[in-house]
Ligand binder design. Structure first.
Ligand SMILES: CCCCCc1ccc(-c2ccc(S(=O)(=O)CCO)cc2)cc1[C@H]1C[C@H]1c1ccccn1
Length: 240
C-alpha cells in the first residue's frame, strides 16, 4: 500500500508514546505529584512551563473491571461516540480518513473564561500491540492523538487559539479465568488503563486558571469516559 505522508511520523510517535506510557511513575523522571485519586484511579502531573505557558504533563493510571483494552480504545478512537463522553467538546470534524485505524480530527472545545476558545487539529491512530513481555498474556491496545498541521486549516486563522496536544491511551486487558472452566464472562476481565497527555494551550492563559481547569477536568473526563465504556459494553459480547 502506498504509505500516507504522515505514516513515518505516526509510527515513530506511537512507539515513543507507548514506551513512555509503559514506564512506571517512578521511572518517568522526578517531579510527579499525585493530584487526584478516586478508588483505582490515580492521576499525576508535573508542573512544567514553556515560554511562561503551563504545559503540565499528565499521567493517569486506572483499573476498570468488566471491560477490555480493545473496547476502551474502540470507544475512545471512534468519532461516532465522542459527543457522548467528551463534555468540553463544542464541535468535532473528521478532516481526513487516513486509514481505517487512522483519522485526522478538527475539534473546537468550549471556551473557558477568561481564556479565548481553543481548537485542535490532530491525527488519531489506534493499534493492537504484541505483548512482547508476557508471551501468552493478552495483547495491549493503544490510541495515540498528536497535533499536526493541516493546510486547509491554518493555526490561529479564526477566532480559536490552536492548542498542541500529544495523548496516549494505553490499555492492557487482564483475564482471570474461572476455576471451573466455564466460559469467560465480564466478571473475569479487567483493563489496566494508562492515559498520558501533554496539552500546550497555544497562547497565553493564566497559569492559575489552567491548573484549576486541568485539576477539575481530567479526573472528570477519565471517570466519565470509563463509565461510558462500561455502560456501552455491559450487555454486549466481549471484544478481546
Ligand atoms: C484555556 C484552556 C486551554 C486548554 C483547553 C483544552 C482543550 C483540549 C483538551 C483536550 C483535547 C483532546 C483530548 S483527547 O484525550 O485527545 C480526547 C479527544 O477529545 C483531551 C483534552 C483539553 C483542554 C483542557 C480543558 C482541559 C481538559 C482536560 C480534560 C478533558 C477536557 N478538557
Amino acid at each position: 500500500a502506498v504509505l500516507h505522508r504522515l505514516w513515518a511520523e505516526i509510527d515513530k510517535t506511537v512507539k515513543q508514546q507507548v514506551t513512555m506510557a509503559r514506564m512506571g511513575i517512578g521511572e518517568c523522571g522526578t517531579g510527579w505529584q499525585l493530584f487526584a485519586e478516586d478508588g483505582e484511579m490515580k492521576m499525576y502531573r508535573r508542573e512544567e512551563e514553556i515560554d511562561g505557558m503551563v504545559v503540565d504533563p499528565l499521567k493517569a493510571v486506572h483499573v476498570v473491571k468488566g471491560i477490555t483494552g480493545h473496547e476502551v480504545c474502540h470507544y475512545f478512537f471512534s468519532p461516532k461516540y465522542r459527543y457522548d463522553w467528551e463534555t468540553t467538546l463544542e464541535h468535532m470534524t473528521v478532516l481526513e480518513t487516513i486509514s481505517d485505524d487512522t483519522l485526522l480530527f478538527l475539534q473546537t472545545h468550549k471556551r473557558i473564561w477568561p481564556a479565548s476558545q481553543r481548537e485542535a487539529v490532530f491525527w488519531s491512530h489506534m493499534r493492537k500491540l504484541p505483548n512482547d513481555q508476557d508471551r501468552d498474556g493478552p495483547d495491549m491496545w493503544t490510541v495515540v492523538n498528536n497535533s499536526t498541521e493541516d493546510e486547509s486549516h491554518p493555526a490561529n486563522s479564526g477566532k480559536c487559539v490552536r492548542i498542541y496536544l500529544t495523548v496516549c491511551l494505553l490499555c492492557q486487558t487482564r483475564v482471570h479465568p474461572p476455576k471451573d472452566g466455564t466460559p469467560i464472562t465480564r466478571d473475569n476481565v479487567s483493563c489496566k488503563i494508562t492515559y498520558c497527555s501533554v496539552v500546550n494551550p497555544g497562547g497565553w492563559a493564566p497559569a492559575s486558571v489552567l491548573r484549576a481547569v486541568y485539576k477539575r477536568e481530567y479526573p472528570k473526563f477519565l471517570k466519565r469516559f470509563t463509565t461510558y465504556v462500561t455502560n456501552q459494553t455491559k450487555n454486549k459480547p466481549i471484544m478481546f
